[in-house]
Design a protein around this ligand. Structure first.
Ligand code: SF4
Ligand code: SF4
Length: 140
C-alpha cells in the first residue's frame, strides 16, 4: 500500500466541510491524522498519513487542491544541527509523532529520526533554526 505524509492547510471557508471523509468514500483512501489544529483565523492545519493505491492518492490530492487546500508532501528528511541546538524544548511541543522528546534524566531534547514524519512543524518552531530540511519536497 502506497503511503504519503502530508501537511494540509484548509482555508477558513471550507474548514467545516467533511473533506477527509470524502477522501475515504470517493477515493478509497485511508488516513492517519497525526495532528489537527484550527488557527485563530479559523484556518485549519492537518498533518496526516494518506494511504491507498498510488493513482487514488494522486486523485485525492488533486481533489484537495481543487478545493483550495494547500497540500505539501513530506518526502524530505529532517536533520538536527547538533551544533545549533540549545535543548530549549520548544520543538517537543509541536512535534506530532513524538520524534522530539525530553530525556527527563539529562533534560536534553532527544531526536528520533525513525519517528519523524518530516512535517516541518519543528523547523519553524525552533528559534535557532537547528531543525533543517535536507531533501527536496516531492511533487505528486
Ligand atoms: S527548538 Fe531547536 S534549539 Fe530548541 S530543543 Fe528543539 S531543536 Fe533544539
Ligand atoms: S519534522 Fe519535526 S515536528 Fe515533524 S515529525 Fe519530524 S521532528 Fe516532529
Amino acid at each position: 500500500m502506497f503511503k504519503k505524509g502530508l501537511v494540509l492547510r484548509f482555508p477558513a471557508e471550507i474548514v467545516d466541510q467533511p473533506i477527509v471523509w470524502r477522501l475515504v468514500k470517493d477515493f478509497d483512501l485511508s488516513f492517519n491524522i497525526l495532528k489537527a489544529t484550527i488557527l485563530p483565523g479559523k484556518e485549519g492545519i492537518m498533518v496526516m498519513e494518506l494511504s491507498g493505491h498510488p493513482k487514488n492518492v494522486s486523485k485525492g490530492l488533486q481533489y484537495l487542491r481543487d478545493l483550495g487546500v494547500e497540500v505539501k508532501t513530506v518526502g524530505q528528511e529532517i536533520k538536527r544541527n547538533e551544533d545549533l541546538c540549545i535543548h530549549c524544548g520548544a520543538c517537543t511541543a509541536v512535534c506530532p509523532t513524538g520524534a522530539l522528546s525530553v530525556d527527563r534524566e539529562t533534560m536534553q531534547v532527544v531526536f528520533d529520526p525513525d519517528r519523524c514524519s518530516a512535517c516541518e512543524l519543528c523547523v519553524t518552531a525552533c528559534v535557532v533554526r537547528a531543525m533543517e530540511v535536507r531533501l527536496e519536497r516531492e511533487a505528486l
